[in-house]
Design a protein around this ligand. Structure first.
Ligand code: FE2
Ligand code: FE2
Length: 244
């Protein structure tokens, strides 16, 4: 006898009223659902699901339904990044996202030069990809260093009872700089999406070429969540704690 189709798990009735960033940061599968429906949570993290769907003519109920079935029922409860300590957010950024991106960029630089050497003549888009990987490296590594050496120590210090290292307003400038650099990074990632045809290797691609595109997609996905965590959680909380 044919078994009945699985009944969809109802999404929280208020998903449509939540900002995109809150939904995306619940879990990677839910972030994928948003992107799959054309909802750019990394650019419009503060916009509600309902408004963001209306903007692009998308049916909000179908997105809610997809969100409700995105995560396996056995997954642990999503972490609420707005409720945990700022130290926990900082640890996720530095030990999670920064460490992942540094390791991945180092791997990608080697991988892309090998793939270009073998296939660049027949796939000139790979040369564009190589330039974009170099540009991401040059943009992200100094950005991480500035966050870790300037902004994050300031945020940690501002939350301690120790005497101020500097006026609270000193956090505003590096925060604005970081936000602007995030926009530059997302533009580079957009160019990468275009150059790789959404990370779809050609049918005749060699295994290293396929692996390169898979790793590029992973770097992009992690970077978009990283930027969302900083833009929508860390920086607003840090500025609020500094009284700005
Ligand atoms: Fe960061
Ligand atoms: Fe950042």
């Amino acid at each position: 006898m044919e078994s009945p189709p699985p009944s969809p798990v109802a999404a929280g009735p208020l998903d449509r009223d939540l900002p995109l960033a809150r939904i995306a940061l619940r879990s990677t599968p839910e972030a994928r659902v948003l992107e799959g429906h054309g909802l750019a949570f990394w650019r419009e993290g503060d916009r509600s699901l309902r408004d963001a769907c209306r903007d692009i003519g998308r049916d909000v109920e179908s997105v809610e339904l997809a969100l409700g079935t995105a995560r396996p029922p056995t997954s642990p409860p999503a972490r609420d990044w707005w409720a945990v300590s700022v130290d926990e957010v900082l640890a996720r950024v530095v030990d999670g996202h920064h460490a992942f991106a540094r390791a991945m960029l180092s791997r990608l630089e080697e991988a892309v030069s090998r793939v270009v050497a073998r296939h660049g003549h027949s796939h000139p888009e790979l040369i564009v990809v190589e330039h974009l990987v170099a540009a991401l490296h040059d943009e992200l590594l100094p950005h991480f260093a500035r966050e870790e050496q300037v902004l994050f120590p300031f945020i940690r210090h501002a939350r301690s009872s120790a005497p101020a290292l500097a006026p609270a307003s000193d956090a505003a400038h590096p925060t604005r700089t970081m936000l602007a650099q995030h926009s530059g990074t997302t533009e580079l990632l957009d160019e990468l999406v275009e150059a790789t045809d959404r990370f779809a290797p050609p049918p005749t691609a060699s295994p290293p070429h396929v692996a390169l595109y898979r790793d590029l997609a992973a770097l992009r996905e992690d970077t978009l969540l990283h930027i969302t965590l900083e833009d929508s959680v860390l920086f607003p909380r840090a500025l609020a704690a500094s009284g700005l």
